[in-house]
Design a protein around this ligand. Sequence first.
Ligand SMILES: [Zn+2]
Length: 307
Amino acid sequence: MRGIKYLLIITVLLIALAFVLTNFVFTQSDEEEAEVTDTADTTTSVTTEYDPWEDENIDNAWAMFLVNKNNPLPADYDSMIDTEVVFESWREYELDVRAADYLKRMVADAKEDGIDLLVVSAYRTIEYQQQNFDNSVKDRMDNRGMTYDEAYADTLNEVALPGESEHNAGLALDIMCEEYQSMDDDGFENTDAFKWLDEHAYEYGFILRYPKDKYAVTGIIYEPWHYRFVGEYFAEEIKKSGLCLEEYYQSMGWLDENGKAIKMRGPYEEIEREKEKEAETSVTVETEPKKTMPSIPYSEQQVTIIV
Ligand SMILES: [Zn+2]
């Protein structure tokens, strides 16, 4: 019995040795090849071969795209997506229909845990964002004696340009709770609602989009209330990594040196594909998706953080 055991161990060791040796030989030749390629291609980019949009194990890869100063949405994005009411308080809040059920499930599950989440902002049309921006510029010119250029620059500090806010994509939400609804500071992080979100949001595909100490990267202050849908797979990956979305993109080699997403598949291609499918299956006249202009919630009138 003992003899067989030793024989087995020796066999395993021999196989392992053979494996290591073969690998060593292959690695050597790989490295040589790599050197040749490196010298041949001096304009190497950081793109990786891995393509999440082709990975069938990843849910909602379409939702994985960047929206920020360097990556604005197309001006006609409002007409490209369908939205759905996901939350009702004194008004209705909408999200992209494809993310809607995740949010509804999250709110319902939180409630079961005794947490009442309160959505205070969700989808905003680009048109609405434009009005908001223009009003802010006008207010500075009328009431603070600024020139147009001054007012424009000053507004940029507080209000995202149309198409540069994730809210315009229908994938972002500002979530607070009854007890705490101020965006003047980050006190919301001390609430049970925040603790619940911090622990569970990723399970529903949402990430805390502007974490603490990431201002230098995101250009946006810490917003414990702002959550962004990226799908369950990426939400978990990003949470585990401790990176913010821009940093995660960088780590995957999906950003160029100007912060522009190299791989920005998703919103456009997915929508185009769906449209093509629809056109193939029916010849009916296209109906304009209904767009409602949301009225400005009280909390947003008070603070003009429009990111
Ligand atoms: Zn927000």
